[in-house]
Design a protein around this ligand. Structure first.
Ligand SMILES: NC(=O)c1ccc[n+]([C@@H]2O[C@H](COP(=O)([O-])OP(=O)(O)OC[C@H]3O[C@@H](n4cnc5c(N)ncnc54)[C@H](O)[C@@H]3O)[C@@H](O)[C@H]2O)c1
Length: 209
């Protein structure tokens, strides 16, 4: 298995650093939030999973804030950024990590509406996985301008399938469509954000155990 050596000095963060972690109550986002916190960051966690998020914030204690948030709801996301700004005075790193798995096989399975005609497929996944991250990026760019030194870092969680059609044999396409789109978003933001002091990167995991 591939192994990445994490060097302690690379991770040492200034005490003012605020990480804003979306979907941070569980899984990869939770681990990222814990690592940021361990290395001295103030951490703001936003997630739909209220009890898991509250438990994590209580566990982390000082320098941690949790607020229930839905990435598919602009006001809900904006409220979290406001709360982060109010609590800690700056937002330096935004981890846009939320994604939901495929709900239905929209491309290959036909569903009929009440009139027996082909029903519109459920594309909620795109609303969450793609538009949710776009909202996060918009908010990040806005709030980074308010920092005493304008700028910050955006980390988007993609997928190994963001860049290669590894699942072409599996008919679970909208997960991969959304993750491909995020790669394009990251590449564009990396260029247009650079003059504004905004660094944009993607982590593209394979499968966690
Ligand atoms: N785990 C893997 O093997 C793997 C592989 C490739 C990519 N990824 C990507 O990594 C990221 C995290 O995956 P994970 O496995 O840790 O997921 P997870 O399901 O463990 O955690 C996702 C979190 O997002 C939250 N969430 C879901 N919908 C939300 C919404 N609308 N608003 C706010 N929060 C919401 C959930 O409550 C949950 O806490 C995802 O973007 C996923 O696509 C994971």
């Amino acid at each position: 298995m591939a192994k990445i050596e994490v060097r302690e000095h690379t991770l040492k963060l200034p005490s003012t650093n605020v990480d804003y972690d979306l979907g941070g109550a569980n899984g990869i986002g939770k681990t990222a939030a814990c690592m940021f916190h361990e290395y001295g960051a103030k951490v703001v966690i936003g997630d739909l999973a209220t009890s898991a998020g509250e438990k994590l914030a209580a566990q982390l204690g000082e320098r941690a804030l949790f607020q229930t948030m839905d990435v598919d709801d602009w006001v809900s996301q904006r409220n979290l950024f406001d709360a982060a700004m109010q609590a800690f005075g700056s937002i330096d790193v935004v981890c846009a990590n939320v994604a939901i798995p495929e709900k239905e096989n929209w491309l290959f399975e036909d569903k009929l509406d009440a009139d027996g005609r082909l029903a519109e497929p459920d594309l909620k996944l795109i609303d969450v996985n793609l538009k949710g991250v776009m909202r996060s990026c918009k908010l990040a760019m806005h709030y980074f301008r308010k920092n005493s030194i304008p700028g910050g870092a955006i980390v988007i969680t993609g997928f190994a399938a963001s860049s290669v059609p590894v699942f072409s044999e599996i008919r679970d396409s909208d997960t991969y469509e959304s993750k491909h789109a995020l790669l394009g978003l990251m590449r564009s933001l990396a260029v247009v954000g650079r003059p504004l002091g905004i660094r944009t990167n993607m982590v593209a995991p394979w499968l966690t155990g």
